[in-house]
Structure formats: structure tokens, C-alpha cells
Design a protein around this ligand. Structure first.
Ligand code: ZN
Length: 314
């Protein structure tokens, strides 16, 4: 058994830029690249395995054909999606449904609870998080009248911050923010407000106000996070969130750190530094922008170097 390294998929977005190339060295398809789907089994952009016996297979195929690598999971589809987002311009203000609503209204899609680790942002950067309406009627009224300043909540952000964004939370990343996102494997977004922007063909993007009103939590519930920090030999592990959808950690490695996870498959994303993953005498290079999955039953492995990773499991 081997760790499975993944080839990212890139998405052009109206708000994208070139930071994925500048910061992560990825070969991006164009100058409006907004999203790197780093660990994905979603049909809109599945990742391919790059190494080992399953090289060339997509993650969704492995999930179906080799359930033992994932501990014979109960979920029908791979439940997680790891992305890196380059918000070179403001993203549309949006909200996502939860599982039951998405299943009924979006052809069996999963809902979308997500979380963000802020990799980088401009000094004084903000994002839109939550709303100030006290009742559904007030939400509808302010949305329809376009009273965005009165309605939308804003928070100041800085690199290293972590936000948990449950389905039903109105949110938007703002210009100049680079984020690692861990989310349910879903591509359903209800757009509330798009700053009246037009695409290259002069068209406004579609809004989804009725669905957004259906799924928005009123009043806004702020899901705060209280990171727990644990130090072990040559590694500091910060647990950001343990929710019904995912658990997300940051691992900061200095030197040689040993791990063994037998009950979960793990999603690893290197966000800083260089080093190696050592397993069974094999050495796999790790660098900023490398993503891999540690299958269930891999046994002991070692991370070596000066590294920061975001790690998650379902
Ligand atoms: Zn979102």
C-alpha cells in the first residue's frame, strides 16, 4: 500500500487570478484561475492519482472500486473536497444548502458545509460572513431592496485564521485572499449578490434568491472555532474543527515526526515548506502545493522537513 498523490484540477473564475501559479508553482490554464480542486472526487472535476498501482485512475473510481482503502465507508460518494481559492476579486455573496435540501432540489447533491484556512490576504482584508436580519421577512426585504450594507456582516481576517462556515451561512471571500478550503463534496452555490458584474460577453451571472432565502439561517448563527493545540515530538497539531462533516487540523513539522492512523483515511495538503514522506523505506517528496491521501491501513509513516500541512478526514 502507498500514499496516493493527486493531480489538481483548475477552474477559471470571473474573480480568479494568477496566485496559484505564483504561490504554489502550479501550471495554471489562464490568468483568471480561481480554484484548484486539489483532492476531489466530484464529477465536475475529479482528481487523478499520480503514483503507484492506481496511477491514472480518478479518485471517484478508486472510491467505488477499492473501498478497503477508505475503511469500507458507508457514504456512497467520497464526502470531502479540498480546494485552494485565489480570490483576486470579490467573490459573489452566496449561501449553500444542507444535505436534505440539496438532495431534493439539486439532483441528489450533498449539502455544502465548508471551512477556510486563510493562507494569505492583504493587510486589513475582510470577508463577508453572516447577515444582520432578525427575521426571514427582514432578510427578504433587504435582499430585494439591495440594502447590502445594512444586511451583510463583515469580519477582519489575517493569515492563519480559520473559519467554519456551516450550510445556511451567507458568506463571501473578498479581493486579495488566498484560502485552503475543506468542504463537503458539493458544487451547489446559491448566489445572492454579484456586485452587478458582467462577464466577458456582457452578461450578468444568474442569482438564486428564492433558494437562498429558503436555506439561509435566520438569525445568523456565528459558528466560532476554538482551536486546540497539542505538541508531540517534532510536530505541533492544531485541531481547528471536529464536526459531523469533517475534522480539520494543521500539522507543523520540524524535523522528523512519526504518525500512525488506522481508523481514518487522511487528506494531506502541504501549504508551506519542503520535505519528504517516508513509508516502508520509500521516500516521497513533499513541497508546497503537494496533496495526497493516506489510505486506511497504510500503517506508520514519517514526515520529515520543515513543513506545514492542512490535514482532514471525514
Ligand atoms: Zn461558499
Amino acid at each position: 500500500m502507498q500514499p496516493m498523490f493527486l493531480k489538481p484540477v483548475f477552474k477559471e473564475r470571473i474573480w480568479g487570478g494568477t496566485a496559484l501559479q505564483e504561490e504554489f508553482g502550479y501550471k495554471i490554464p489562464n490568468e483568471k484561475t480561481g480554484e484548484c480542486w486539489a483532492i476531489s472526487a466530484h464529477p465536475n472535476g475529479p482528481s487523478m492519482i499520480e503514483n503507484g498501482p492506481y496511477a491514472g485512475m480518478s479518485l471517484d473510481a478508486i472510491w467505488r472500486e477499492k473501498p478497503e482503502l477508505f475503511g469500507h465507508p458507508k457514504e456512497e460518494v467520497f464526502p470531502l473536497l479540498t480546494k485552494i481559492l485565489d480570490a483576486n476579486m470579490d467573490l459573489s455573496v452566496q449561501v449553500h444548502p444542507e444535505d436534505t435540501y440539496a438532495k431534493v432540489h439539486e439532483n441528489g447533491e450533498l449539502g455544502k458545509t465548508e471551512c477556510w484556512y486563510i493562507l494569505d490576504c492583504k493587510e486589513g482584508a475582510e470577508m463577508i460572513f453572516g447577515h444582520k436580519a432578525k427575521t426571514k421577512e427582514e432578510l427578504v426585504e433587504k435582499l430585494k431592496e439591495g440594502k447590502w450594507n445594512e444586511l451583510l456582516g463583515r469580519v477582519k481576517i489575517k493569515p492563519g485564521d480559520f473559519y467554519y462556515v456551516p450550510s445556511g451561512t451567507i458568506h463571501a471571500l473578498c479581493e486579495g485572499t488566498l484560502v485552503l478550503e475543506t468542504q463537503q463534496s458539493s458544487d451547489t452555490t446559491y448566489r445572492v449578490y454579484d456586485y452587478d458584474r458582467r462577464d466577458a460577453d456582457g452578461n450578468l451571472r444568474e442569482l438564486h434568491l428564492e433558494k437562498a432565502i429558503d436555506v439561509t439561517t435566520v438569525p445568523h448563527q456565528h459558528a466560532g472555532v476554538a482551536p486546540k493545540v497539542e505538541k508531540r515530538e517534532n510536530v505541533t497539531i492544531t485541531t481547528f474543527v471536529e464536526s459531523e462533516f469533517f475534522t480539520v487540523y494543521k500539522w507543523e513539522i520540524e524535523g522528523k515526526a512519526a504518525f500512525e492512523y488506522n481508523h481514518h483515511y487522511l487528506l494531506l495538503s502541504v501549504i508551506k515548506g519542503d520535505g519528504t514522506l517516508v513509508h516502508n523505506g520509500e521516500k516521497y517528496p513533499l513541497t508546497k502545493g503537494t496533496h495526497c491521501i493516506i489510505p486506511v491501513g497504510l500503517g506508520e509513516f514519517e514526515l520529515n522537513g520543515e513543513l506545514e500541512l492542512i490535514v482532514s478526514h471525514a
